[in-house]
Ligand binder design. Structure first.
Ligand code: GLN
Length: 187
């Protein structure tokens, strides 16, 4: 059975684990150590605070291991803060894993008060409208040639894919919609 890990250092990992637990045919597991990281077939980097998750990745020793596993083809889905961690460039800040050719702007939609929800059809994920929850969300300002843009919102890129890396600036784990999970599990 495929083992799907969720990085569980900070942020909305419990919500991801809960949804994964309702998808048949996979095993969902929290990842907090190098050994747990090495045991998974796919990994979700949850939303939260990219600065905190970035520091904890270094502290636990997982940072170089994760970079190496991504280089070897580990499928990874970054939601919100997770998207920021994967980016090659963060406007005005130093990048973290630097494995996906995107330039992102943190807190691009404003502060906590500017968090919002909407619905949108994103054909890559399915033909019905998908609920989108944005919480101090980043957007993607620039995507390199090898990046496939999957969705935009008000002229900004909010979902993209590069090889086995998927990023969304919104939070599917805070809805009951499994479309993006199904997409990620097929990557
Ligand atoms: N603003 C957060 C950051 O910069 C991301 C917000 C989120 O993950 N909901 O890391």
């Amino acid at each position: 059975m495929e083992k799907i890990g969720v990085l569980a250092l900070q942020g909305s990992f419990a919500e991801h684990l809960q949804i994964l637990g309702r998808i048949p045919g996979i095993e969902a597991t929290a990842v907090k150590t190098i050994d747990e990281l090495n045991a998974v077939d796919r990994l979700i980097l949850p939303g939260g605070e990219s600065t905190a998750i970035g520091k904890l990745l270094v502290k636990t020793g997982m940072f170089p291991v994760l970079r190496q596993r991504i280089g070897e083809g580990l499928p990874v889905w970054g939601t919100c803060a997770g998207l920021i961690l994967l980016a090659h460039e963060i406007v005005g800040e130093t990048p973290y894993l630097d494995v996906m050719n995107i330039t992102v702007r943190r807190n691009a939609y404003g502060s906590q008060l500017d968090s919002f929800c909407c619905e949108q059809i994103i054909p890559a994920f399915g033909s019905d409208p998908l609920p989108l929850v944005f919480i101090r969300a980043p957007w993607i300002e620039k995507a390199g040639q090898e990046v496939e843009v999957l969705a935009g919102h008000d002229g900004r890129i909010i979902a993209a894919k590069q090889g086995r890396l998927l990023v969304t600036s919104f939070h599917p784990e805070l809805t009951d919609d499994k479309k993006v999970y199904n997409y990620f599990l097929r990557l």
